[in-house]
Design a protein around this ligand. Structure first.
Ligand code: FAD
Length: 384
């Protein structure tokens, strides 16, 4: 006879909160523990791809998503001089572009579970029939299941015996937001717009119902930047990298007041994620380079798949259910990690060998065909 499971999520980022939402919808009792003292997000935009937006809409988020986000009108790929290379057909399920602060607030507003801020987890130990978490404020809590959604520097990952080494992609991303009204053509910008050149690429898209334009510019770097999203960058240095590019690219950079620098790192897929009553989710399990916009998308998929596989579980079934979740998700996220790396190479190869670029574009288009229409809940339901 299934009993109400007591589930703990460590980390109230996009992954942890999406999981809390999905588990709550399926009737499970959840508590979220967040290390920060209060909600904290970076000033940046993010794209919610179709494979994630289809899941978020199910628990009644459709209205909130439509209100807060900018529905994407698809992707346009251009050369560094602005000639259109491709405008792939938009997937049938829409993607959305949103300010990260709005997304976090929306999720916090929807989640019924208590979110305990100021609880930084420092250790997790298996108990006879669950796991015990210790926090830096002295609190100790027991749960039937502990989900480590604590991001790229995951403590929970280390607690289950894993160590990973980040590998630099040799590029850094400059990120920033521009007020749309600062650009004469800003209000006409729709969808995701990518300019591709040799060694560099720049993507921009409107967020906050078109009031802001989010920019991410990738440039080569010899320096290994700290793996953080909050290091300040220099707008002048960025402008020099894009000298001679299409006028809108130069306009966008000139309109930036400030920018953040983000070292782009990759990690090989982990050998396992689940150990006894503890598992991982999101960046704690599979950090990926951002070139398919799938970091948040895969974290959201994890939470919804895990909720399906934990629903109605008996206590003695938990380790097997967490193993099934790991096996299902590891296969897919490892493929997405590889596809994301290859997508970045494609975007930054324009102007090089045309035959090689055409081959890379075919690979990119076929990856888009299996990444975007995937239904993580359906895949998990097929295992029950
Ligand atoms: P995170 O969002 O990192 O959340 C982890 C949470 O856990 C945080 O709230 C943290 O405070 C908390 N935490 C950490 N340690 C502990 C602990 N010991 N105890 C308790 N709490 C803890 N991906 C893309 O694919 N494309 C993009 O364009 C893109 N842009 C991004 C821009 C920014 C500014 C940032 C921050 C990330 C971006 N990403 C992007 C990455 C993407 O957002 C993540 O892949 C995705 O959100 C998965 O998040 P997560 O919840 O697993 O981890």
């Amino acid at each position: 006879m299934p009993v109400a499971l007591n589930i703990a999520i460590v980390g109230a980022g996009i992954g942890g909160l999406s999981a809390a939402l999905a588990l709550g919808v399926r009737g499970m009792s959840v508590t979220v523990f967040e290390g920060a003292e209060a909600p904290r997000e970076a000033g940046a935009g993010i794209s919610i791809p179709p494979n994630a937006s289809m899941l978020l809409k199910r628990p009644g988020l459709r209205g909130a998503l439509e209100k807060l986000t900018t529905r994407s009108s698809g992707l346009t790929l251009r050369t560094s001089q602005g000639e259109c290379v491709a405008r792939p057909n938009a997937p049938t399920v829409p993607s959305y572009q949103i300010h990260r602060v709005d997304l976090l607030e929306m999720l916090l507003g929807m989640v019924k579970a208590p979110v305990k801020f100021g609880h930084r987890c420092i250790a997790v130990d298996e108990t006879q029939d669950g796991a015990r978490m210790s926090f830096d404020n002295g609190a100790i809590c027991d749960a039937d299941v502990v989900i480590g959604a604590d991001g790229i520097h995951s403590v929970i990952q280390r607690q289950i015996g894993l160590t990973t080494r980040p590998i630099s992609e040799g590029i850094v991303a400059y990120r920033g937001l521009v007020h749309t009204e600062k650009l004469a053509w800003g209000a006409e910008l729709h969808g995701l717009n990518m300019w591709m050149g040799l060694g560099r690429s720049l993507i921009c898209f409107p967020v906050s119902q078109g009031r802001l334009i989010n920019i991410v510019a990738f440039v080569p770097s010899m320096h290994d930047l700290e793996e953080t999203w909050f290091a300040p960058g220099n707008v002048g240095t960025l402008a020099a990298e894009y000298e001679g590019w299409d006028a809108p690219v130069r306009d966008l950079i000139a309109a930036l007041d400030h920018t953040f620098c983000w070292g782009i790192y990759d990690r090989p897929p982990l050998p396992y994620w689940s150990c006894g009553h503890v598992t991982l989710l999101g960046d704690a399990a599979h950090p990926m380079v951002p070139h398919f916009g799938q970091g948040a998308g895969q974290a959201i998929e994890d939470g919804f798949a895990l909720a399906v596989l934990l629903e109605d579980a008996r206590r003695d079934e938990i380790p097997a259910r967490l193993k099934a979740y790991q096996d299902l998700r590891l296969t897919r996220t490892s493929r997405v990690q590889i596809a994301s790396r290859l997508a970045g190479r494609f975007y930054r190869s324009a102007g090089g060998d045309p035959a090689e670029q055409a081959e890379q574009m075919r690979g990119w288009a076929s990856a888009a065909e299996w990444i975007f229409p995937y239904d993580a809940e359906k895949a998990a339901l097929a295992l029950r």
